[in-house]
Write a protein that binds this ligand. Structure first.
Ligand SMILES: [Mn+2]
Length: 228
């Protein structure tokens, strides 16, 4: 089996399909894993959901997925979900017809997938306390270290010691862009950050673990979709 990671989709289904084709994805021979933030903000959240079902993709929970889960849980309990931005309601409404399958799927998504050959998280891990000492909020949103709450400054992966033979794959940091950190040119990466800002007009990125190689397709969003 090949192992393929894909970065933050944010509803960019067309780019997801293009990337799957570019890497010759085949469900019978490939394991597909997503860095999270699959649906929110973008143009086609429901098409992304269909592609997740078609491909059998696994995923770690992103901060946007966590919020979406909260909204669907509120709705499920007969309460009114809270929408802080208009695009959140658009995404919720688009996915609502599939809520019976989507809600249990979202509830079951882990904060990390930690295996002998990789660690997959949405945002990152605590650079001092490592995986065991990482809080839920840090798995979902960590970016700079020391934490600033902003997008400027050194990142957690600028500080952390590499895990031996165990690359950390993550997303979340579109402002930081694609990250590929290697101990040396000849060695495979120990850190791979795959949020290359597809929703903001950047690119959608995949990492092929077995080939230790990044593959990208260009965004089709034209940089025009900015709802926040
Ligand atoms: Mn995120």
């Amino acid at each position: 089996m090949r192992t393929i990671f894909v970065g933050d989709l944010h509803g960019c289904a067309a780019e997801f399909e293009a990337l799957l084709e570019t890497v010759s994805f085949d469900r019978s021979t490939c394991r597909l894993l997503l860095t999270g933030d699959a649906f929110s903000r973008g143009p086609e959240p429901h098409r992304v959901w269909e592609l997740i079902l078609d491909t059998g993709a696994e995923m770690v929970l992103g901060n946007h997925d966590a919020r979406l889960l909260q909204q669907f849980e509120a709705n499920d309990e007969g309460e009114s979900p809270t929408f802080k931005k208009p695009d959140q309601r658009i995404c919720f409404d688009a996915l609502l017809p599939s809520v019976d399958a989507l809600l249990p799927w979202l509830k079951a998504i882990p904060l990390k997938i930690d295996e002998p050959s990789f660690l997959l998280v949405h945002a990152g891990v605590h650079p001092v306390d490592s995986v065991e000492g990482t809080s839920r909020d840090e798995f979902l949103t960590i970016r700079t270290w020391p934490p600033t709450g902003g997008i400027e400054g050194p990142r957690w992966h600028d500080v952390i010691d590499p895990l031996a033979d165990h690359p950390i794959i993550f997303g979340h940091d579109a402002p930081g862009g694609l990250v590929v950190k290697r101990p040396s040119q000849e060695q495979p990466p120990w850190a791979v950050g795959l949020d290359s800002g597809c929703i903001y007009g950047g690119a959608l990125s995949a990492y092929l673990l077995d080939e230790a190689r990044v593959v990208q397709v260009p965004s089709q969003q034209g940089g025009a979709r900015r709802w926040f």
